[in-house]
Write a protein that binds this ligand. Structure first.
Ligand code: 8NA
Ligand code: MG
Ligand code: MG
Length: 345
């Protein structure tokens, strides 16, 4: 489809759910042989096995809250979104939330709470979380707002409800930016895509909070920009090993060690790769490759899925994968509603 087509909206939202559901199998694993990934993905095709449904985790649970809030309020409403996060957590606490964020979600359910951003600020001795929990649910912001400044602003505020460290919320901004650009067709020119992201993040990271957090955590002045330069270096190389990707970009639960990684997965898989089956299309390659990195596989595959899905569209997603993932059908329907919201604003 053309820029911002319905197919791209569906692709983004559904592939994010798929990445989460399919990636759950390997979450936290140190090494994941590609053979195990392909075996897992092949088993999804195998209907005779009568596979149970793959459940979604915190990534999708929170993204669904973001979607419902944006749709119901026809825009960003921090009170409403915070309430939905809290309610979702208390209804299904067993979705694999990070150990820190649980405290925020409990505080957000208190009716006495006057500032919904305060619980997040109190995390980690007042430093706030730098986890990828803000980024993992950032894609819907790119699907609700056509304006780039809105995408940046609301992705940031939406993340700050749980992640007040700049390395947490700036990761969400980067993820939303990547989905926004992909939705416009920007992945047709990968070099320009990464340059655009760097230019945007130069501006996003040009503030005192970012400099101060980077100093405290002993990171480069503009941590995400520095990582995006590494992504660009890696994508210029004809051969890159999984070990190098992990050591250069990371595969962990910090936004800094997973959002640039997810972006790299998408870029690397735009072309066929030796380690991946020839019959795989780009979206299947992206998901498979994300899982083979190990670490926070559900979240990296979820974020890479959103970016890749916005590029390839819903037609690129295998029916058999969609059928066995909890929440895929809902994502398909919600994408249509977001598409309407996006085009009416
Ligand atoms: P979070 O805000 O609790 O952050 C995740 C973890 O990062 C925390 O529990 C801390 O260990 C660490 N952390 C974050 N900020 C700081 C800080 N300022 N100082 C010291 N440590 C810090 O949760 P989240 O919503 O960001 O979730 C991140 C990931 O954890 C998600 O992928 C989610 O699925 C979850 N998770 C991951 C795994 C895994 O093995 N990869 C397993 C279960 C849950
Ligand atoms: Mg998860
Ligand atoms: Mg995770």
């Amino acid at each position: 489809g053309g820029p911002a087509s319905l197919s791209r909206f569906r692709g983004a939202l559904v592939a994010a759910v798929l990445g989460d559901c399919v990636g759950g199998e390997f979450e936290g694993a140190e090494e994941v042989p590609m053979e195990s990934v392909l075996q897992h993905l092949n088993s999804l095709d195998d209907e005779t096995k009568g596979n149970g449904i793959l459940e979604y985790s915190d990534d999708t649970a929170m993204a669904r809250c973001v979607v419902q809030s944006l749709l119901t309020r026809t825009g960003f409403d921090e009170q409403d979104m915070a309430r939905r996060f809290a309610k979702e957590y208390s209804a299904s606490p067993g979705r694999g939330y990070g150990s820190g964020v649980i405290q925020v979600l409990k505080k957000l359910s208190s009716p006495q709470l006057s500032d919904v951003y305060q619980p997040a600020r109190d995390q980690f001795n007042g430093r706030g979380s730098f986890g990828n929990g803000g980024a993992m649910r950032a894609a819907p912001f790119a699907l609700a707002f056509p304006d780039l400044d809105d995408v940046k602003r609301f992705a940031r505020l939406g993340a700050m409800l749980t992640h007040s460290c700049s390395l947490g919320y700036n990761g969400a901004v980067l993820q939303a930016l990547a989905v926004h650009l992909s939705l416009q067709g920007a992945l047709d020119l990968p070099q320009q895509f990464i340059s655009r992201l760097i230019t945007e993040m130069e501006e996003v990271e040009d503030d005192e909070a970012t400099r101060s957090d980077a100093r405290i955590l002993k990171e480069a002045d503009k941590p995400f920009c520095e990582r995006l330069h590494r992504v660009r270096d890696l994508m210029d190389r004809s051969k890159v090993s999984i070990e190098e990707v992990i050591s250069e970009l990371g595969n962990g639960i910090a936004a800094l060690h997973s959002v640039p990684t997810a972006i790299f997965c998408v870029l690397h898989c735009l072309q066929p790769r030796e380690c991946l089956p020839e019959n795989y299309g780009g979206l299947e390659r992206t998901i498979a490759y994300s899982l083979a990195l190990g670490g926070d596989t559900d979240t990296i595959a979820c974020m890479a899925g959103a970016i890749a899905g916005a590029h390839y569209g819903i037609e690129a997603i295998p029916q058999s994968w969609m059928k066995c993932c909890e929440g895929a059908e809902d994502a398909h329907m919600n994408a249509e509603r977001l598409h309407m919201l996006y085009h009416q604003s």
